[in-house]
Write a protein that binds this ligand. Sequence first.
Ligand code: FES
Length: 103
Amino acid sequence: NSNWIDATEEDSVPEDDVIGLQVGGRDIALYKVEGSIFATDNTCTHGHARLCDGFLDGYEIECPLHQGKFDVRNGRGTCAPVTEDVRSYPVRIEDGRVFVQMS
Ligand code: FES
């Protein structure tokens, strides 16, 4: 069963940037790259750092703690010391709102 949750306004995610927020009881990072929005878990898989405090470079988010990297489109770990992908979530835009599929 699909479980789409209204996360926020589309405009509240700045272009080429990342924000963190609670969606469905989880800490989620939302990214906007070239007008498209992507969602992943906000906690790094390597340690206890929030990806929303990191640096977004194109489609890659760099963790603020040890500079590991993930592809925001699919959560794939792309740079050491990250060895585990971060969970990513489908996103849909409707009437200027961002919906994230949590299950
Ligand atoms: Fe993210 Fe170490 S906590 S790379």
